[in-house]
Ligand binder design. Structure first.
Ligand code: MF3
Ligand code: CO
Ligand code: CO
Length: 330
């Protein structure tokens, strides 16, 4: 019987892509229920969580409107010191958040916990009301590339989840993310996560004063390609400091036009999104959640880095940061 009820459940044996859909719609399975089966679906988003008044807020916190101002690409020693602290705070929150990931919990419960970690450390959750973003952390599950919004979806055993934490403290932002396993994850997805972290560190090692920013993407893309993985093109690393996102653009694939020379004192993020399939993305109707066009799973890692006189300092790295293949864990 034909039914359009959302309560319709798939049969134990699913049709082939070009067969008629099991729901009786008359459409091909691939044009009907196959589109959502096994995919992450949007849940219910709870109200914004308040931040206590004693915590210093970035300018957009009250309005959700982001007004950019001129900010030097080369940071002063004072700003750099503040960014070291913000980076450390973000790194610690990320590690603790990742350790809390369990099958059966919702991403909203995760947001509640992460929110409390920011507040305990007297930091403002930078994502909260940034261009109106409603939560304190981005939770990107499976085929979600980035900017997933915590909601009522329950984490399933076998999911992978990226947590993207940005802390605003001392007038500056520290931005870092990592991908975590929910329970027991299949080997192909584990490998993806591992190689994505390697890509991130190869990108970080390409940070050398006097060299062009394009060296970073070159290193990342080469490693991803060697594993037959896709490199997402629509989202890039960014300058960071007193503002969450500034004008420095860090491509994660080789972009010869990224000819800006890295100079000591520059701060930016490196945050490659690597896929088991293609690089193409689609946006959900919420205008935040980016998913792979082909539904293949994707992983990401992110660090905030400083260009030094002779190389790089990872402001969101060091002891206490979650990064299994970082130099200090090798
Ligand atoms: N932290 C993300 C990044 O790496 C940005 C999140 S924007 C938000 O650039 F509004 F979704 F929080
Ligand atoms: Co970032
Ligand atoms: Co981030």
């Amino acid at each position: 019987m034909r039914t359009t009820s959302t309560a319709a459940t798939p049969p134990p044996t699913l049709p082939q892509a070009n067969d008629a859909c099991w729901c009786g719609s008359g459409r091909k399975y691939k044009r009907c229920h196959k589109r959502s089966e096994g995919r992450v679906l949007p849940g219910v988003v709870s109200p914004m969580r308040p931040v206590p008044a004693h915590i210093a807020r970035p300018p957009y916190a009250d309005t959700g409107e982001v007004t950019a101002w001129e900010e030097s690409r080369i940071k002063s020693p004072e700003i750099i010191e503040a960014m070291r602290h913000a980076g450390k705070v973000a790194a610690e929150i990320l590690r603790l958040s990742g350790a809390a990931v369990r099958p059966g919990m919702t991403t909203d419960e995760l947001d509640e916990y992460v929110h409390s970690l920011y507040v305990e450390r007297n930091s403002y959750p930078s994502p909260l009301n940034y261009h109106g973003y409603p939560k304190s952390v981005c939770t990107s599950v499976n085929e979600v590339i980035c900017h997933g919004i915590p909601d009522s979806r329950v984490l399933q055993d076998g999911d992978i989840i990226n947590l993207d934490v940005t802390a605003f403290i001392g007038g500056v932002h520290g931005d870092t993310n990592a991908t975590f396993c929910v329970g027991e994850v299949d080997p192909a997805s584990k490998k993806l996560i591992e190689v994505t972290e390697e890509c991130t560190w190869l990108g970080i090692e390409a940070v050398v004063p006097g060299k062009p920013l394009s060296d970073i993407g070159k290193a990342i893309e080469n490693h991803a390609k060697a594993h037959n993985y896709g490199v997402v093109r629509a989202f890039i690393g960014h300058g960071i400091g007193q503002q969450f996102h500034t004008d420095i653009q860090v491509y994660h694939y080789y972009e010869p036009r990224a000819s800006m020379i890295m100079r000591p004192g520059m701060t930016f993020t490196i945050e490659p999104m690597i896929t088991l399939g293609g690089w193409q993305h689609r946006m959900w109707d919420d205008d935040w959640t980016a998913v792979t066009a082909d539904g293949k799973w994707t992983a990401q890692y992110e660090h905030t880095v400083l260009v030094t006189e002779d190389g790089v300092e990872v402001l969101t790295g060091g002891e206490g940061a979650v990064s299994p293949c970082a130099p200090w864990n090798r």
